[in-house]
Design a protein around this ligand. Structure first.
Ligand code: PMP
Length: 363
């Protein structure tokens, strides 16, 4: 085996990220490209962030604060938890890896939905863990079946809520029904990357449950509603004890100077988050009505993306949209062949997407 590369890595596949706008412009000779592939915030980010970023430029020669003091302090204050319960890294993506690094030995099992965020499976495999995929129920996570799959080897169960790529949620009642049946040696990861977009009033208040369940970890990110995907910052909240272990695994300077400053400022702008939520809801309803007019089945979403059934080869639809300057994600690459995931853009972007989609589907 060349270079002694670990077998786990030889068997891994590279993550298929949404195509960058410039790449599509280059490949297809286009001037205008709309990216609706990575669930970014089309409103941008809070104006308060911009001011902070320009002020920080002069400090770029200095290492960032390794303890993330201000950021952790602000998160603890906003979410009403203790400072030591908070841990931060370069996106929640990085924290998924940190969690796997912390708990998994070769052969340990980890339970997740069959159609969920692909990084859970990748990071479990990286550690030599075994991925246990549970079939979806009505496109959502089947919590009962997930709990029933727990055995002595189970270490982590991944609850993506709302779930990417289906946009579905489970409720507080459904969560409470299972938590008591999960043994304490099993870590429950609540990945709430899209929580700010949720409209359903029955969505779980996981922070309220945290004091009762020491095996629970909540993950959040600044990449979605906060609009800071390019800066890379995510955080987790867990018991103080677990927080302490994660801080041993996370790199000391993972969250850079700009990300720390921007995230603190972003947390101060609740109005921006409310606007992101409300406009997203309005545009989501617009897309629902357009899908209905086109007779296309879609999954009701609590996020800033929608999965719809294109009733034909989704990779063909993806490629035809791409040639016309619209980037989406093909369901085939997300474990749902025949479906397409589209991020909710501005009303204008969404209208353009629908216009091009009609052409591509000959509607
Ligand atoms: N969790 C979920 C469910 C996601 O969809 C994403 C981004 N696609 C992430 C985590 C990671 O986001 P980030 O690393 O940008 O915080």
């Amino acid at each position: 085996m060349a270079y002694g590369i670990r077998e786990e890595i030889l068997n891994l596949k590279e993550y298929k990220a949404g195509k960058p706008i410039d790449e599509v412009k280059r490949e297809y000779g286009l001037n205008t490209v709309i990216k609706l592939a990575s669930n970014e915030n089309p409103l941008g980010f809070s104006p308060k962030v911009k001011e902070v970023l320009s002020n920080l430029v002069d400090n770029a020669n200095m290492y960032p604060d390794a303890s993330n003091y201000e950021l952790k302090y602000k998160i603890a204050q906003k979410r009403n938890v203790h400072f030591d319960q908070v841990f931060c890294s370069t996106g929640s993506d990085s924290l998924i890896k940190v969690i796997c690094n912390t708990f998994l030995n070769t052969g340990d099992e980890s339970i997740m939905g069959e159609v969920t965020f692909s990084r859970y499976g990748d990071c479990v495999k990286l550690m030599g863990g075994k991925v246990v995929e549970i079939p979806m129920k009505n496109h959502g996570l089947d919590l009962e079946a997930m709990v029933n799959a727990i055995n002595d080897k189970t270490k982590i169960i991944w609850l993506c809520n709302p779930n990417n790529p289906t946009g579905t949620i489970f409720t507080m009642e459904e969560l409470e029904n299972i938590l008591n049946r999960i043994p304490k040696h099993v870590i429950v990861v609540m990945d709430e990357a899209y929580i700010e977009y949720v409209s359903d009033k029955n969505f779980p208040d996981s922070l309220k449950l945290l004091p009762k369940y020491n095996n629970m970890i909540i993950l959040r990110t600044f990449s979605k509603a906060y609009g800071l995907a390019g800066l890379r910052c995510g955080y987790g909240i867990a018991s103080k004890e677990l927080g302490g272990y994660f801080n041993r695994v996370i790199g000391p300077f993972d969250v850079n100077l700009f990300a720390q400053g921007a995230a603190v400022a972003a947390l101060d702008d609740d109005e921006f988050i409310k606007r992101a939520h409300d406009t997203n809801e309005e545009w989501r309803n617009y897309l629902y009505s357009e899908f209905e007019k086109l007779g296309l089945e879609y999954i009701k979403s609590n996020t800033n993306f929608i999965m719809f059934n294109c009733k034909t080869d989704d990779v063909r639809v993806f490629n035809d949209l791409l040639k016309r300057g619209i980037i989406v994600k093909a369901g085939t690459h997300l474990g749902m062949p025949g479906w397409v995931r589209v991020s909710i853009g501005t009303k204008e972007q969404d209208a353009k997407f629908i216009e091009v989609l009609k052409d591509v589907l000959n509607k």
